[in-house]
Design a protein around this ligand. Sequence first.
Ligand SMILES: *[C@@H]1O[C@H](CO)[C@@H](O)[C@H](O)[C@H]1NC(C)=O
Ligand SMILES: *[C@@H]1O[C@H](CO)[C@@H](O)[C@H](O)[C@H]1NC(C)=O
Length: 301
Amino acid sequence: MLRRNMSPKFISEIIFLHLLFLITIFYGSRARELAGTESKLLDIAVNKTATNEHQTEHKHHAHNHNHMDPSVMVFFTLKDLKVGKRMQINFPKRNPSTSPKFWPRDKADSLPFSLNKLPTLLKIFSLSQDSPQAKAMVDTLTECESKPIKGEVKFCATSLESMLDFTQSILGIKNDLKVYATSHLTKSSVTFQNYTILEKIMRISAPKMVACHTMPYPYAVFYCHSQESENRIYRVSLVGDNGDMVEAMVVCHMDTSHWGHGHVSFQVLGVVPGSSNVCHFFPADNFIWVPKLEVQGVSDM
Ligand SMILES: *[C@@H]1O[C@H](CO)[C@@H](O)[C@H](O)[C@H]1NC(C)=O
Ligand SMILES: *[C@@H]1O[C@H](CO)[C@@H](O)[C@H](O)[C@H]1NC(C)=O
């Protein structure tokens, strides 16, 4: 079925587009934001780099993060979300050849997903205990089993179906879901550079949202969560110093009072919990799910 001249990347894009098409049909959402340039959305690497944003956003305790570590350069405050603002941003790129793929729910559910089953899991995936992949699995399972912070509901999705189930239950609707992700409009290998905000494309005004972050694992696993406190969602266009064009998703957490003092964003921004809102850019392989609603114009932002 697969023709020889098709690269694995091309094939994964076809599979992705097919999946997206099914979601779109099934959920009645046009998923317009995901068309075209989003075709690489699911190229998720089993790679610490690709998931640092998640970890830096969600670890509640101090981790001796080096301030110069580019992977934490995704945070800023709402006052800087303005046209013409230039800032250093890290957008990890996915590597199609090492990307874990979505498993069908039946297959994912047939395996345990728990830290105390690690020896079994390592055997199944033929990984040695000391391998970086095993270490990444430990980190992911630990993060997935950790308690949510106050006002947070979280769930690690091991399949697209379970991600949608969780999202539907949190948003309280079955149909008319909309999913957003950051799109890279140009191809380049630069991941860390200065970007200038060209335009605030829209503010997505949603009473509730579910954000899903990729986690390193042998197959596609997403840490999905929803917070009670006020969040603002924006889509902005950015231009990199090298000319790269990105349409990026931004979430601003307006209330950070329940976040731990050690949260890396506080270290990066030099603020304390509750003293400031915290915004962050989303890498391209993360999803933001919202009820399909009217999108506000620029004047409302
Ligand atoms: C994975 O990590 C390697 C270095 O460890 C890096 O060169 C590569 O760009 C990373 N890939 C992704 C998709 O982050
Ligand atoms: C971004 O620009 C500043 C000042 O122009 C510069 O000092 C810094 O090194 C740049 N960052 C990157 C990642 O190029």
